[in-house]
Write a protein that binds this ligand. Sequence first.
Ligand code: SF4
Length: 355
Amino acid sequence: MAPGSIIGGKQVAALKALGFDAVFDTCMSADMTIMEEASEALMRLTQKKDELPHFTSCCPGWVRFCELFYPDLMKHLSTCKSPAEMMGATVKSYYAEKKGLDPKNIVSVSIMPCTAKKGEALRKELGHDGMQDVDYVLTTRELAKLLKKKGIDFESLPDADYDSILGESTGAGRIFGATGGVAEASVRSLYYFATHQAPPDGLLEWQPVRGLTAVKEAQATVPGVGTVNVAIVNGMAAGRQILEQIRKGDLSRWQFIEFMACPGGCIGGGGQPKSQFASSEDMRKKRIAALYQEDRGAKRRSSHENTEIQTVYKEFYGAPLSERAEKYLHTSFDDKSGKIFDSETQHAANTPPKA
Ligand code: SF4
């Protein structure tokens, strides 16, 4: 299918045809991530200033990079789990309770554009009550192969709806897949949490954070908070430069930094299907344009407006950063310096070789 095709509804139908009992939308849990992350960033901006700049943590490729090569900067990482893990944790707690299911009988499978999510799902920190949040991860490429193997003709499937109560998403949740999208979505809700006012139009079409430049910078003025200087890091080569600057003590230039490992963000993820179209900047641009088009056409464009999210918080989590939210939706990190082994040099790749 053409790059940028919107296939959410067909994907739900395909997963039902494969035998899944319920299909939820990771864009919904991206909205949940924003509820937690925007609240956390606001708290850091107003109270815990030594944890600034705030680093996003939804990309496991980036999180592992930080743990391996910049463990001294881990305190800046948001403690929020990624949307995939928040979904798994919520399915095996709130959803199970609501449906009268034993969470131990639930098998949760994440469909992801991302190969790093496979490693993320195995992290010991990402589970609760003796269960992993996510049991299996299939990349979108593996899903495509599975559908072909089962003889399911994806293109001819009718659209189907995600299952309630974890199936509604806002425009903010959709743009998570594009570089800059996490920061844009976060700032929309951060503005609301700080002011109880809807974000201005400029933050709903925040052009400086969009596009495929390696490092983008933008400022948001939030009444009562001040100017929030934001950086968007597109790929880890640029990430290294920014992190070196911060390591040298440049702590005040930015207050919020989004890091995504793959070029263009998750739309360029390593698990995406290979296709007749060369993996090019043009293809990434088309995929990104489709996400922003969905955002623009969405009934609700900020995560806190998601009515299912409001219900989940009312019935289960209480409020962002509550004790229960911390248990299920937040995580911790591990200093992994020295834990990559380079088979060619016979040395840990992130430590200098011994003389
Ligand atoms: Fe995975 Fe890449 Fe997205 Fe990071 S940017 S979450 S590594 S697909």
